[in-house]
Design a protein around this ligand. Sequence first.
Ligand code: XMP
Length: 521
Amino acid sequence: QIAILDFGSQYSHLIARRVREMKVYCELYSCLVEAQELAAHKITGIILSGGPNSVYEEGAPHVSQGVWDLINERSIPVLGICYGMQELAYVYGGKVAPGQEREYGKATVKSHAKDGEDMLLFEGLPEEFIMWMSHGDKLHAVPEGFTKCGSTENAEFVAIQNLKTRMWGLQFHPEVTHSPMGPTILSNFVVKVCQSPTDWVMTDYAEEFIQSVRLQVGPEGHVIGAVSGGVDSTVAAVLMNRAIGSRFHAILVDNGCLRKDEAVKVLKRLREDCGINLRCNDASGRFLEKLKGVTEPEKKRKIIGGMFIDIFQEEANKIIEEEGKCDFLLQGTLYPDVIESISYKGPSATIKTHHNVGGLPASMKLKLIEPLRELFKDEVRELGMALGIDEPSVWRHPFPGPGLAIRVLGEVTEERVSILQEADDILIQELWSAGVYRDIAQAFVVLLPVKSVGVMGDGRTYENVASVRCVTTTDFMTAEFYRMPYDLMERISNRIINEVRGINRVAYDISSKPPATVEWE
Ligand code: XMP
């Protein structure tokens, strides 16, 4: 395996992802990992990540002497990226100091590697190439035994190497997509220099998780987890079921604001097809009762989030009564959720309260298990496919925790939810049959608190207006409206107006995020 020692960079998981893309197994460790822990594995190479500190700052993190001894004993190749390169300089006597100008963004790197061995890391690259920089400190002198192999206009030493000890340092970030030649450099290190086996597949990730969770939970432990039918909770639940079978208790909370027949479909898929020990708590009456008269979006979210926790807790108590205990909580948190919920703790304004990111009350004292914590959405989908989960589940668009309650604008009533369910179902059916569902990141219908006049047959109608929202995005932080072909728009609008009682007009939402958001509330 490749061991990535994490100094706290935003990009550490991206390095892991790039290594996995080469079909090489890798693990992320704290930069303070003990030598003993690493020694237990067959490490083919070590990557030192970037990080927010300065190497000479008091309290800055450093790799332990034990780990350096292990590296030397086993002649493990090392690649230091950004702070990682400065760490090499710190250990081997280079000179790092704040640069006169901080450098962020694209920079042209000039390669000084000549030929043969000298070119190992830069093989296949032109003499000059673009790389992404993000640093304040820079190297002013190469460490002992190292030579310079790359520079930019702004910095003399942006790539260094010691061919004898097989150590490289890069000031730039080959792992980010803005570094077009980054994958070549990383692959030169991981595959050519380290000779890591390239036989890793997603199912290995599953196997690894299953083994480790069995150890963690023990032969008698019980795990609870909420499922929503979305891809993340489905993949997490399938993995957990494979690990511990019926000692995993999946809970589906029907808040009365799910998609049409969703609870029934999820029960069929997870319980019948996947054999997951799943129970559904139909709390739709309770939710709708609490939502009576509420029109303010944040209030709706708070009510639903709070009720969800109460019901989940009731279910956990039932399990404790039946099994005598329940000590673990499964969550389908992905890596971008981890990053986002960290930044949520910062001073940034709360735009919307996302109830399933905040988690459950600490009083439940459940230990968290998060099998997808290191993965990106597309990797979860790949894992889902590898686990044999059906395509529509794997490719499902995200669905917000508060569900249709934030898509029925104004007061949420059973009748209005049901009108919206019908319209939403038609939209999704049509997108699948037109073969465009997977081109869209999220698609849904919003029921507006507005009525309009129409004519049907010879009669006047005075009914609800609905808006169709389809967006494309990669990260949901920004989004564009989907350029839907007119024929498809026409088919969707005709079907909704003809088939759904209560809607007589359909609009298409053409706002981008920002300044709009994806959801209307
Ligand atoms: P916005 O509307 O903030 O949505 O642009 C971005 C993405 O987040 C989803 N979303 C939620 N997901 N709980 C969730 O799990 C929530 O409370 C919530 N609110 C919005 C939204 O569907 C979109 O994918």
